[in-house]
Design a protein around this ligand. Structure first.
Ligand SMILES: [Zn+2]
Length: 199
């Protein structure tokens, strides 16, 4: 809880400039997600995702505004949570991304709150969703392809499902029958996932 309390000091929504605590990064490698998602999450927590705000700070680009909405500087928290595009993905995901008012915190405060309050499987689903948002953003910016939020949330769900099934096959054949089925909601439909397995 220590790093949660530390991070909750900043409720402005701006990115924190101090380095993340080592344990904020280390636990990423233990998450139930693909390695590419772990690497993405590590870069997000370290504050080194190449958003427009970060690139402008390093003089790589001039314009720090979000290329998707143009309403704010594209910080990491804007890109992955506060941008209207990201918000729509979270809304159709059915995940509790706003838990305990944590959506008012900066990225690391929000990240730590999600990690504290979600169980391991739900947090893995959140990591997949973050990854899907980042990839959707990149596809829009670099390829001009705009995928609908429900499509991106669906991709995150399928990615997580495939990963869990692969893990189950490696562990024991019987566990596959206990797998959780997480399918994001359709656009505009909200869902709360309660039971994740049959015992
Ligand atoms: Zn935006």
């Amino acid at each position: 809880m220590d790093h949660l309390r530390r991070s909750q000091g900043n409720v402005t929504g701006e990115s924190s400039t101090s380095a993340p605590a080592q344990d904020e990064c280390n636990f990423i490698w233990k998450q139930m997600v693909l390695n590419k998602v772990k690497h993405f999450a590590w870069r997000a927590v370290k504050g080194i995702l190449p958003t427009r705000e970060g690139l402008a700070r390093r003089k790589v680009v001039e314009d720090p505004l979000c290329p998707l909405c143009g309403q704010a500087e594209e910080s990491i928290v804007h890109c992955l949570r506060d941008c209207p595009f990201a918000k729509r993905v979270w809304q159709v995901s059915g995940l509790d991304w706003q838990g305990s008012g944590s959506w008012l915190l900066d990225f690391r405060g929000w990240w730590n709150a999600l990690h504290q309050h979600a169980d391991k499987e739900v947090f893995a689903q959140m990591l997949m969703t973050l990854w899907a948002i980042w990839n959707g953003r990149n596809k829009w910016v670099f390829e001009g392809i705009r995928e609908e939020p429900c499509v991106l949330a669906g991709k995150a769900g399928i990615l997580w499902q495939d990963f869990m099934e692969a893990v189950a096959k490696q562990e024991t054949p019987s566990r596959s029958g206990l797998l959780v089925r997480w399918r994001p909601s359709r656009a505009g439909v909200f869902k709360i996932n309660v039971d994740r397995c049959i015992v």
